[in-house]
Design a protein around this ligand. Sequence first.
Ligand code: ATP
Ligand code: MG
Length: 569
Amino acid sequence: MNDNDVKRTIRGIALLNASEHNGKTRNDAVISKVIGSKPELREKIKEIIPLISEIVNEVNAIPLPTQKSELESNFPELLVVKPKQDRSGLPALEGAEQGKVVTRFPPEPNGYPHIGHAKAAIIDEEYAKMYGGKLIFRFDDTNPENERLEYYAAIKVGLDWLGVKYNHIKNTSDDIEMIYKKAEEFIQAGHAYVCTCNKETISKNRREMVACKCSMGDTAQNIKRWKNMFEKFKPREAIVRFRGDMRSENTVMRDPTLLRIIDEPHPIHKNKYRVWPNYDFAVAIEDSIDGVTHAFRTKEYELRNELYYAILDKLKMRKPKVLEFSRLEFDGMPVSKRILKPLVQDGKVSGYDDPRLPTLEAMRRRGIVPEAIRKFVLSLSFTKSDTLAPFETLESFNRKIIDPTSMRLFIATNPVKLTVKNNNMTQIEIPNHPQKDMGKRKIQLDGTFYISGDDAKSLKAGDEVRLLELYNVKITKSGPQIEAEITDTNFKPEIPKIQWVPAQNAVKIEVLIPKILFVNDQFNENSLEIQQALTEPYYLELNVGTEIQFVRYGYCRKDSANQVIYTHK
Ligand code: ATP
Ligand code: MG
């Protein structure tokens, strides 16, 4: 860069910065922006600083409207609004246009939301944000056998907790009559037929790649049977099947089911409807009419893409782009309902919010914060191979976020009594956080304390230790009742430092420590450790939900007056 180029660069940046700050710019702001946009100038910074200073003064001397007009006429390139910088780390979306991307998060309300749902919802939302588009939150509720109102609510609560913002919320079941119209159109056009064969025959024909006799029926027969599905037929006596290709290599295409009869009452529509579209039919139609441009799903659906596109082609409906990502699961912490449901039913875990589970409710109780989940999800490489992430990765994101706001408190696990014979203090005030101003707490003292069993074990008569924030003591008697004497209050780096709890008013709590739930696919009977502990009386003044860092122990979230859940180290 020659000198004129350097000057021009500086002047442009100074003008832009001034025009964005009421006509005044500053040396430091311009220096960092100049180096940011032309890193090669870093080496010449010494020579440039006086130049910047000079230009900043010139620019600050001209009125704001003049700054703006100079900027417009001489530096138009600086005024081009760049598409929002993508901080998410997600790769660009194929065929995405700024302002026109529509994604959707389509859970079936058949269970509690878990970390896998968080991944899907966060990616859907991040892409919508990245392109200034929209996110639709749609309950895919067309299987009344498995769905309950409780689950709609739990999923919505989970999404709100995660801070996922959507532009529109809807239920697929509310569109059922439109879906019936599409089905009838399909049957009329000969793209689908009603099959009354039994399940075994259907499976056998599929395996042997032969068409079943129902597929030869004419339109009149199919329409008549279709009408009968709403009244006469019993469940499993008739299904609507897509006219695919019984010889297709892709088994999904061998005349798959599109609609079936389910007589269970629907959580919202009760007994109003009995013919329900299955996943493939409902999702394709809904995505298309909802204006979805990019539809994400987990990769086990990949073989169903052919059917998805075929349905929309034959209905002459607009086709979204279907994209896949991998399923997310923690190592030893499965998300599948098939595995979790029996654990809850058999009482092996206390419920869907048991802190050992990967549900959002469990993670919230445990003290994992939504921002940590988002950072974690976005940190996973965007691949199709299944992600078995270690829980520790999420923990490390969480620790960084909660550390600055977690109050410090003392705890004694497996407590042992320690009496300081010559205690001379009746009260002490301790800051709640070592760096941040989070207030202080007063602790009453009478020379009797509890310390952790682990610390007690290693103390022998003659040892000197520091009772944190208090004084140094020499142990005069070890064992189940420790006795000690104050030596001095000087800070001595070489002696051990231990935390303590005042024996008078100590609060009894239990610490639930969640451990890995499955080891080699076997339920870990020792997955929940419960430790008895004593803590300071100040604990009782904290709200349920407060995150505490117990000094020399770990982060815990207050779950009730007498219980905390161990978050992580
Ligand atoms: P489940 O086996 O729990 O029923 P699902 O895929 O049927 O899983 P839905 O409630 O239908 O669950 O899923 C809603 C969205 O969340 C879908 O886009 C689905 O692909 C995605 N999703 C579900 N589980 C995971 C997971 N473990 N990892 C990533 N995405 C997931
Ligand atoms: Mg499901």
